[in-house]
Design a protein around this ligand. Structure first.
Ligand SMILES: [Zn+2]
Length: 314
Protein backbone atom coordinates (compact mmCIF):
# COMPACT_ATOMS: atom_id res chain seq x y z
CA UNK A 1 0.00 0.00 0.00
CA UNK A 2 1.05 3.59 -0.50
CA UNK A 3 -0.05 6.91 0.98
CA UNK A 4 0.64 10.35 -0.46
CA UNK A 5 -0.32 12.93 2.17
CA UNK A 6 -0.62 16.54 1.03
CA UNK A 7 -1.98 19.70 2.62
CA UNK A 8 -4.94 19.79 0.21
CA UNK A 9 -5.46 16.13 -0.78
CA UNK A 10 -4.29 12.72 0.24
CA UNK A 11 -4.14 9.67 -1.99
CA UNK A 12 -4.02 5.99 -1.14
CA UNK A 13 -3.15 3.12 -3.49
CA UNK A 14 -3.01 -0.63 -3.35
CA UNK A 15 -0.14 -2.05 -5.40
CA UNK A 16 1.24 -5.46 -6.27
CA UNK A 17 4.84 -6.55 -5.75
CA UNK A 18 5.77 -5.43 -9.26
CA UNK A 19 4.69 -1.90 -8.33
CA UNK A 20 1.51 -1.84 -10.42
CA UNK A 21 -1.23 0.28 -8.87
CA UNK A 22 -4.29 -1.98 -8.56
CA UNK A 23 -6.67 0.65 -7.22
CA UNK A 24 -6.49 4.10 -5.66
CA UNK A 25 -8.56 6.75 -3.96
CA UNK A 26 -8.08 10.49 -3.49
CA UNK A 27 -9.77 12.56 -0.77
CA UNK A 28 -9.59 16.11 0.53
CA UNK A 29 -7.27 16.35 3.55
CA UNK A 30 -9.25 19.04 5.41
CA UNK A 31 -6.10 19.98 7.32
CA UNK A 32 -8.15 22.65 9.17
CA UNK A 33 -9.93 19.86 11.09
CA UNK A 34 -6.67 19.07 12.85
CA UNK A 35 -4.22 16.23 13.00
CA UNK A 36 -6.29 13.57 14.73
CA UNK A 37 -9.27 13.95 12.38
CA UNK A 38 -6.98 13.72 9.34
CA UNK A 39 -5.15 10.66 10.68
CA UNK A 40 -8.47 8.92 11.37
CA UNK A 41 -9.67 9.62 7.83
CA UNK A 42 -6.38 8.47 6.30
CA UNK A 43 -6.42 5.22 8.29
CA UNK A 44 -9.97 4.41 7.27
CA UNK A 45 -9.19 5.15 3.60
CA UNK A 46 -6.27 2.70 3.77
CA UNK A 47 -8.45 0.12 5.52
CA UNK A 48 -11.34 0.51 3.04
CA UNK A 49 -9.07 0.11 0.03
CA UNK A 50 -7.16 -2.85 1.52
CA UNK A 51 -10.36 -4.67 2.48
CA UNK A 52 -11.07 -5.28 -1.21
CA UNK A 53 -8.02 -7.56 -1.28
CA UNK A 54 -8.05 -8.83 2.33
CA UNK A 55 -6.43 -6.88 5.17
CA UNK A 56 -4.02 -9.74 5.83
CA UNK A 57 -2.55 -9.27 2.36
CA UNK A 58 -1.01 -5.86 3.20
CA UNK A 59 2.75 -6.46 3.41
CA UNK A 60 3.99 -2.90 3.94
CA UNK A 61 2.97 0.75 3.57
CA UNK A 62 5.14 3.41 1.96
CA UNK A 63 4.20 6.97 2.95
CA UNK A 64 5.06 10.19 1.15
CA UNK A 65 4.53 13.09 3.56
CA UNK A 66 5.29 16.84 3.54
CA UNK A 67 8.76 17.60 4.93
CA UNK A 68 10.61 18.04 7.10
CA UNK A 69 10.56 14.39 8.10
CA UNK A 70 13.01 11.98 9.68
CA UNK A 71 13.16 9.12 7.14
CA UNK A 72 14.46 6.63 9.72
CA UNK A 73 12.06 7.24 12.61
CA UNK A 74 9.20 8.30 10.30
CA UNK A 75 8.43 11.42 12.33
CA UNK A 76 6.96 14.56 10.71
CA UNK A 77 8.15 17.96 12.02
CA UNK A 78 5.76 20.92 11.57
CA UNK A 79 5.26 20.98 7.78
CA UNK A 80 4.04 24.46 6.68
CA UNK A 81 0.94 23.04 4.94
CA UNK A 82 -0.18 20.84 7.86
CA UNK A 83 -0.63 23.28 10.75
CA UNK A 84 -0.31 21.70 14.20
CA UNK A 85 1.55 18.60 13.01
CA UNK A 86 4.56 18.90 15.30
CA UNK A 87 6.44 15.63 15.78
CA UNK A 88 3.82 13.25 14.41
CA UNK A 89 5.08 9.63 14.42
CA UNK A 90 3.69 8.49 11.04
CA UNK A 91 5.66 5.23 10.94
CA UNK A 92 4.58 4.23 14.44
CA UNK A 93 0.96 5.30 13.82
CA UNK A 94 0.74 3.17 10.66
CA UNK A 95 2.46 0.17 12.22
CA UNK A 96 0.13 0.25 15.25
CA UNK A 97 -2.96 0.52 13.07
CA UNK A 98 -2.09 -2.14 10.49
CA UNK A 99 0.56 -4.36 12.08
CA UNK A 100 2.88 -4.17 9.06
CA UNK A 101 6.17 -2.30 8.42
CA UNK A 102 5.67 1.33 7.38
CA UNK A 103 8.28 3.44 5.61
CA UNK A 104 8.17 7.24 5.43
CA UNK A 105 9.87 9.81 3.23
CA UNK A 106 9.45 13.45 2.29
CA UNK A 107 7.22 13.90 -0.74
CA UNK A 108 9.79 15.47 -3.07
CA UNK A 109 12.39 12.81 -2.23
CA UNK A 110 9.87 10.03 -2.82
CA UNK A 111 8.73 11.65 -6.08
CA UNK A 112 12.36 11.39 -7.20
CA UNK A 113 12.36 7.75 -6.15
CA UNK A 114 9.08 7.15 -8.02
CA UNK A 115 10.32 8.72 -11.26
CA UNK A 116 13.58 6.79 -10.86
CA UNK A 117 11.91 3.42 -10.53
CA UNK A 118 8.72 3.80 -12.58
CA UNK A 119 8.88 7.05 -14.57
CA UNK A 120 11.09 9.26 -16.72
CA UNK A 121 14.28 8.18 -14.91
CA UNK A 122 13.92 4.40 -15.25
CA UNK A 123 17.25 2.63 -15.60
CA UNK A 124 19.32 5.75 -14.82
CA UNK A 125 21.68 5.94 -11.84
CA UNK A 126 21.98 9.69 -11.38
CA UNK A 127 18.99 11.98 -11.55
CA UNK A 128 17.58 15.17 -10.13
CA UNK A 129 13.87 15.68 -9.69
CA UNK A 130 12.47 19.18 -9.23
CA UNK A 131 8.84 20.00 -8.51
CA UNK A 132 7.77 23.56 -9.26
CA UNK A 133 4.51 24.34 -7.49
CA UNK A 134 3.70 26.16 -4.22
CA UNK A 135 7.39 25.79 -3.42
CA UNK A 136 10.35 24.35 -5.26
CA UNK A 137 10.93 20.81 -3.97
CA UNK A 138 13.62 18.40 -5.06
CA UNK A 139 14.97 14.90 -4.71
CA UNK A 140 18.39 13.68 -5.80
CA UNK A 141 19.44 10.15 -6.73
CA UNK A 142 23.20 9.56 -6.66
CA UNK A 143 24.63 6.26 -7.89
CA UNK A 144 21.18 4.69 -7.68
CA UNK A 145 20.55 5.81 -4.08
CA UNK A 146 18.31 8.55 -2.74
CA UNK A 147 20.48 11.25 -1.18
CA UNK A 148 19.33 11.69 2.44
CA UNK A 149 22.13 13.44 4.34
CA UNK A 150 22.98 13.21 8.05
CA UNK A 151 19.49 14.12 9.28
CA UNK A 152 17.54 13.07 6.21
CA UNK A 153 17.22 16.72 5.22
CA UNK A 154 19.33 16.73 2.03
CA UNK A 155 18.23 17.96 -1.40
CA UNK A 156 16.48 21.25 -0.61
CA UNK A 157 17.48 22.73 -3.97
CA UNK A 158 14.73 25.34 -3.72
CA UNK A 159 16.60 26.99 -0.86
CA UNK A 160 19.87 27.30 -2.71
CA UNK A 161 20.58 31.05 -2.61
CA UNK A 162 21.20 32.46 -6.08
CA UNK A 163 20.83 36.19 -5.36
CA UNK A 164 22.96 37.52 -2.51
CA UNK A 165 20.73 40.61 -2.22
CA UNK A 166 17.43 38.96 -3.08
CA UNK A 167 14.04 38.78 -1.40
CA UNK A 168 13.53 37.12 1.98
CA UNK A 169 12.32 33.51 1.53
CA UNK A 170 9.89 31.72 3.89
CA UNK A 171 12.85 29.63 5.07
CA UNK A 172 14.65 32.71 6.46
CA UNK A 173 17.38 32.79 3.82
CA UNK A 174 17.65 35.49 1.16
CA UNK A 175 17.47 35.11 -2.64
CA UNK A 176 16.52 31.41 -2.68
CA UNK A 177 15.84 29.75 -6.04
CA UNK A 178 12.27 29.23 -4.83
CA UNK A 179 11.74 33.02 -4.69
CA UNK A 180 12.17 33.19 -8.47
CA UNK A 181 10.55 29.98 -9.68
CA UNK A 182 7.67 28.84 -7.43
CA UNK A 183 4.07 29.67 -8.35
CA UNK A 184 3.35 32.14 -5.53
CA UNK A 185 6.57 34.04 -6.21
CA UNK A 186 5.89 34.24 -9.97
CA UNK A 187 2.52 35.77 -9.06
CA UNK A 188 4.04 38.11 -6.46
CA UNK A 189 6.67 39.49 -8.84
CA UNK A 190 4.08 39.94 -11.59
CA UNK A 191 1.70 41.73 -9.19
CA UNK A 192 4.46 44.16 -8.18
CA UNK A 193 5.11 45.06 -11.82
CA UNK A 194 1.43 45.46 -12.62
CA UNK A 195 0.97 47.67 -9.56
CA UNK A 196 3.83 49.80 -10.90
CA UNK A 197 1.97 50.28 -14.19
CA UNK A 198 2.79 47.30 -16.43
CA UNK A 199 0.01 46.26 -18.82
CA UNK A 200 -1.29 42.73 -19.31
CA UNK A 201 -4.44 40.76 -20.12
CA UNK A 202 -4.14 39.11 -16.67
CA UNK A 203 -5.39 42.38 -15.14
CA UNK A 204 -8.79 41.74 -16.78
CA UNK A 205 -8.76 38.06 -15.80
CA UNK A 206 -8.55 39.00 -12.11
CA UNK A 207 -10.89 41.97 -12.51
CA UNK A 208 -8.12 44.38 -11.52
CA UNK A 209 -7.70 42.67 -8.12
CA UNK A 210 -4.01 41.81 -7.93
CA UNK A 211 -4.53 39.74 -4.75
CA UNK A 212 -6.29 37.19 -7.01
CA UNK A 213 -3.30 36.90 -9.32
CA UNK A 214 -2.04 33.30 -9.23
CA UNK A 215 0.59 31.49 -11.27
CA UNK A 216 -2.18 29.56 -13.09
CA UNK A 217 -3.60 32.85 -14.40
CA UNK A 218 -0.17 33.95 -15.64
CA UNK A 219 0.52 30.55 -17.20
CA UNK A 220 -2.83 30.64 -19.01
CA UNK A 221 -2.19 34.17 -20.32
CA UNK A 222 1.34 33.21 -21.39
CA UNK A 223 -0.01 30.29 -23.42
CA UNK A 224 -2.45 32.69 -25.07
CA UNK A 225 0.51 34.89 -26.06
CA UNK A 226 0.24 37.79 -23.60
CA UNK A 227 3.74 39.34 -23.77
CA UNK A 228 3.85 40.34 -20.08
CA UNK A 229 2.90 36.81 -18.98
CA UNK A 230 5.31 35.17 -21.45
CA UNK A 231 8.10 37.29 -19.98
CA UNK A 232 7.10 36.39 -16.39
CA UNK A 233 7.29 32.65 -17.18
CA UNK A 234 10.46 33.17 -19.18
CA UNK A 235 12.08 34.85 -16.17
CA UNK A 236 11.12 31.90 -13.93
CA UNK A 237 12.51 29.47 -16.53
CA UNK A 238 15.76 31.45 -16.74
CA UNK A 239 16.27 31.24 -12.98
CA UNK A 240 15.27 27.59 -13.04
CA UNK A 241 18.08 27.11 -15.56
CA UNK A 242 20.55 28.95 -13.30
CA UNK A 243 19.58 26.64 -10.44
CA UNK A 244 19.90 23.56 -12.64
CA UNK A 245 23.39 24.61 -13.81
CA UNK A 246 24.49 24.76 -10.15
CA UNK A 247 23.03 21.29 -9.60
CA UNK A 248 24.67 19.87 -12.74
CA UNK A 249 28.07 21.02 -11.56
CA UNK A 250 27.48 19.48 -8.12
CA UNK A 251 25.84 16.17 -9.02
CA UNK A 252 26.50 15.52 -12.71
CA UNK A 253 23.15 13.78 -13.33
CA UNK A 254 22.12 12.05 -16.57
CA UNK A 255 18.67 13.59 -16.41
CA UNK A 256 16.78 16.41 -14.71
CA UNK A 257 13.07 15.65 -14.35
CA UNK A 258 10.72 18.56 -13.72
CA UNK A 259 7.21 18.16 -12.32
CA UNK A 260 4.66 20.28 -10.45
CA UNK A 261 1.79 22.55 -11.47
CA UNK A 262 3.90 25.37 -12.92
CA UNK A 263 5.16 22.95 -15.61
CA UNK A 264 1.73 23.40 -17.23
CA UNK A 265 3.55 26.30 -18.89
CA UNK A 266 5.49 23.61 -20.83
CA UNK A 267 8.11 24.92 -23.28
CA UNK A 268 7.55 28.52 -22.12
CA UNK A 269 9.22 27.50 -18.83
CA UNK A 270 11.57 24.76 -20.03
CA UNK A 271 13.10 26.36 -23.13
CA UNK A 272 14.63 29.34 -21.26
CA UNK A 273 16.05 26.87 -18.71
CA UNK A 274 17.58 24.80 -21.50
CA UNK A 275 19.08 27.94 -23.09
CA UNK A 276 20.82 28.78 -19.82
CA UNK A 277 22.18 25.23 -19.54
CA UNK A 278 23.41 25.32 -23.15
CA UNK A 279 25.27 28.59 -22.61
CA UNK A 280 26.38 28.57 -18.97
CA UNK A 281 27.05 24.98 -17.89
CA UNK A 282 30.57 23.72 -18.46
CA UNK A 283 30.65 21.99 -21.81
CA UNK A 284 30.69 18.29 -20.74
CA UNK A 285 27.65 18.82 -18.49
CA UNK A 286 25.45 20.14 -21.30
CA UNK A 287 24.55 16.64 -22.50
CA UNK A 288 22.11 16.30 -19.57
CA UNK A 289 18.51 15.59 -20.55
CA UNK A 290 15.87 17.95 -19.14
CA UNK A 291 12.38 16.45 -19.34
CA UNK A 292 8.93 16.81 -17.84
CA UNK A 293 7.91 14.30 -15.15
CA UNK A 294 5.91 11.33 -16.40
CA UNK A 295 3.93 10.07 -13.40
CA UNK A 296 1.59 13.06 -12.96
CA UNK A 297 -0.55 13.16 -9.83
CA UNK A 298 0.43 9.58 -8.93
CA UNK A 299 4.12 10.42 -8.47
CA UNK A 300 3.92 10.42 -4.64
CA UNK A 301 2.09 7.09 -4.62
CA UNK A 302 4.70 5.54 -6.91
CA UNK A 303 7.37 6.97 -4.61
CA UNK A 304 5.74 5.32 -1.59
CA UNK A 305 5.51 2.04 -3.49
CA UNK A 306 9.17 2.27 -4.56
CA UNK A 307 10.24 3.00 -0.97
CA UNK A 308 8.29 0.06 0.46
CA UNK A 309 9.53 -2.33 -2.24
CA UNK A 310 13.15 -1.32 -1.75
CA UNK A 311 12.88 -1.96 2.01
CA UNK A 312 11.38 -5.36 1.17
CA UNK A 313 14.44 -6.16 -0.92
CA UNK A 314 12.57 -5.88 -4.23
ZN1 LIG B 1 14.48 29.53 1.09
Amino acid sequence: MALDLGGTRFRVAAADLAGNILSKVSELTHAEEGRDAVLTRVKSAIRDLAQGYGLDRILAIGMAVPGPVNPWTGEIFSPPNLPGWDRVPMKETGEKAFGVPCFVGNDANLAALGEHRFGAGRGLKNLIYLTVSTGLGSGIIVDGQLLLGTQGLAAEAGHMAIDANGARCNCGNVGCLETFVSGPWIAKRAAQRLAAGAKSAVLDTVGGDLSKLAAEVITGAAKAGDPFAVEAIREAGTYLGIGIVNLLHLFNPQIVIIGGGVTNAGALLLEPAKEIIATRAMEPYRSVKVVLASLGDDVGLYGGIALALSHMGR
